[in-house]
Design a protein around this ligand. Structure first.
Ligand SMILES: [Zn+2]
Ligand SMILES: [Zn+2]
Length: 612
């Protein structure tokens, strides 16, 4: 009999020991039983016969992971505080019978400008590089040239993009150049389609896989390059366990597998800008043709903004309106007692959705009919605040019937097909005004926007979070970058902080330098942060666990407790929440302290970006 340590996919457990009559290879995947349930696991190593009784491995699968994957997963488990099984579950295994068909090289003839050539050479000569390129400066061509170079060497590339999927026009360009050798990978493609793509990856036909963070974990042999586009984007950070950052995992895999990593952004993150060799790619199609106007009003379509939009649309041009909030309004308050109508399961206000005549909690999804009286004092005078996308759309639909308006957010764009259709319709000129959230800024190509209106940005700038300046400014730069493609454009920013935006909007690099100075003694990238969350139905359980960990942490001199107590959102899905925020100069000290002091409820978030 042989005995093996098996890590079970998705289980927050240490590996378990199973037995087998046959000798098995390590890293092979197997089916095993745990409490009478069939589970998939990975054999980590052979062990001696244990003193306890073992269950036999039910089935050996034709799937395996390689040594580098195991090494990467082990790092993920250690660094991000998850089980090895939870880390391994992120990776798609390879077939044991790996076929590798050589594909003859593809001649794509990508033409680069002199400046683009310089950027390409810059990346070619470095293991890790950052292209800090303005919107429209042609980063995509440089990536494509790099893919082409890999292809000619018989090596594969991963092209990481934020969010659910690639922008439709990027997909078109990749397919036009690389045809059958490109595959798109994301969570919304069907299981059947995924199988097909995996088969094509296994057969060696696919040379470039493009997709969001999960594309990083496909079984790609002979990988030569990972490109992380829009590397500043927060969607690269997973918000459930394992809470990894895909850009940082890409960099780690680059180091482990000795492959090139290229990061790109018009608004690079402070940490990448600080750490990596940067190529500044200036220019773009609009450069001098954009004018910023600051409106010192809050959260509403003022008559001045209404007029600006009308003027643009009258001259047969297009406009977009950005808001950080979806729904009609984020909050519903009582005008008499001030009570905010909140979710029964979470300590957050419920958002008003007129379309479904309901209020909805954006944290747990709980929905109820729009109340007509205050739940606290019974007053019938309820008012709304924090304007959302749906309300702006409703305003134009009802008050300005001649304007063709469309909504662009998570509530309306639920599939890739809807995204493609909306962008097509807009670019054909069949929509005048696009109203949306962050989704508007994700690198989509709008042909002729002459006016961008940015509302509610002060809500982001004012968040109690050391990254709020970076987030607000990069968002405005990214949204402004969507306009003025074919003619000059105006950008209206509704803010009470016009000095801040005016100082940096045309000069993101100066912002990065100033912000680095501001953070030097206190924040990342100079200091390392970890946030520990404790959540439990019973408030005392959560609090006690937090306090116990806090006590344990006292013994670690190199780790500073920045804050601890009730979380900004006290309750989500009926669980009371407490937190500890830690800071250290040394990553290793931080990890050591956490692993020694961790209590059962502690949910660890390393390099956190979310502080609610
Ligand atoms: Zn009231
Ligand atoms: Zn809720």
């Amino acid at each position: 009999m042989f005995y093996y340590e098996v890590a079970l996919n998705n289980y927050p457990l240490a590996p378990l020991t199973y037995k087998s009559e046959n000798k098995l290879s390590i890293y092979v995947q197997v089916q095993v039983k745990l409490r009478n349930r069939k589970e998939i696991g990975t054999i980590l190593k052979e062990v001696d016969e244990p003193s306890f009784k073992c269950v036999e491995i039910s089935e050996v699968l034709d799937l395996t992971l390689n040594e580098e994957t195991i090494k990467t997963a082990k790092f993920m488990a250690q660094y991000y505080f998850c089980s090895i099984g939870e880390a391994l579950a992120q990776f798609v295994p390879a077939s044991i019978e790996q076929k590798n068909i050589k594909v003859e090289s593809v001649n794509t003839q990508i033409e680069l400008s002199t400046k683009q050539k310089e950027a390409y050479e810059f990346c070619s000569n470095r293991k890790i590089s950052l292209i800090f390129g303005d919107t429209g400066s042609g980063k995509t061509e440089i990536y494509m040239k790099l893919f082409e170079q890999m292809l000619s060497e018989g090596k594969r590339s991963i092209f990481l993009v934020p969010e659910i999927s690639l922008t439709p026009q990027m997909q078109k360009r990749l397919e036009a150049h690389f045809g059958e050798h490109v595959a798109l990978w994301h969570s919304k493609i069907t299981k059947k389609k995924k199988e097909k793509i995996l088969e094509r990856i296994r057969s060696g036909e696919i040379f470039i896989v493009a997709g969001p963070r999960s594309a990083l974990f496909l079984p790609i042999e002979n990988l030569g390059l990972i490109v992380v586009d829009e590397e500043h984007d927060d969607s690269y950070k997973a918000n459930s366990r394992p809470r990894y950052h895909a850009r940082d995992m890409a960099l780690l895999m680059g180091a482990y597998q000795k492959i090139k990593v290229v990061l790109g952004s018009a608004t690079p993150s402070l940490s990448s800008y600080e750490k990596f060799d940067t190529f500044r790619l200036r220019g773009g199609y609009f450069n001098s043709a954009r004018r910023f106007n600051f409106h010192n009003s809050t959260d509403s379509i003022t008559p001045a903004i209404e007029e600006a939009i009308e003027n643009v649309l009258n001259s047969k041009k297009q406009a977009l309106v950005f808001l950080p909030t979806r729904a009609n309004f984020k909050y519903l308050h009582c005008d008499d007692c001030g009570h905010t109508h909140s979710c029964v399961f979470c300590s957050v206000g419920m958002s008003l959705h007129r379309h479904t005549n309901s209020v909805r909690c954006h944290y747990c999804g709980y929905t109820e009919a729009i109340p007509h009286v205050c739940s606290k004092c019974g007053s019938e005078v309820l008012k709304t605040s924090r304007l959302g996308t749906a309300e702006v759309v409703r305003f134009f639909q009802e008050e300005k019937k001649h304007i063709r308006v469309a909504q662009f957010d998570k509530d309306t764009i639920t599939t890739q097909k809807k995204l493609v259709t909306l962008l097509d319709t807009f670019n054909k000129g069949e929509i005048d005004l696009l109203v949306g959230t962050q989704m508007l800024s994700k690198g989509h190509d709008y042909h002729d926007i002459s006016l961008s209106v940015i509302l509610g940005i002060d809500n982001i700038l004012g968040m109690a979070d050391f990254r709020s300046r970076e987030r607000a400014l990069s968002l405005v730069v990214q949204i402004a970058g969507r306009s003025g493609r074919s003619s000059e454009a105006n950008v209206i920013v509704q803010t009470q902080n016009s000095e801040f935006f005016a100082a940096y909007l045309d000069d993101y690099e100066t912002f990065l330098k100033d912000e680095l100075e501001f953070r030097r003694e206190l924040y990342p990238p100079f200091k390392h942060f970890a946030r520990i969350l404790f959540a439990h139905i019973k408030v005392n359980n959560a609090r006690n666990d937090m306090e116990l960990m806090l006590q344990n942490l006292n013994n670690f001199k190199d780790v500073e407790v920045v804050g601890a107590g009730t979380a900004a959102i006290e309750k989500i899905a009926n669980k009371s929440r407490f937190y500890i925020l830690l800071r250290s100069d040394k990553r290793t000290e931080l990890l050591k302290a956490i692993s020694r002091c961790k209590t059962p409820l502690a949910e660890v978030d390393i390099d956190p970006i979310d502080f609610v």
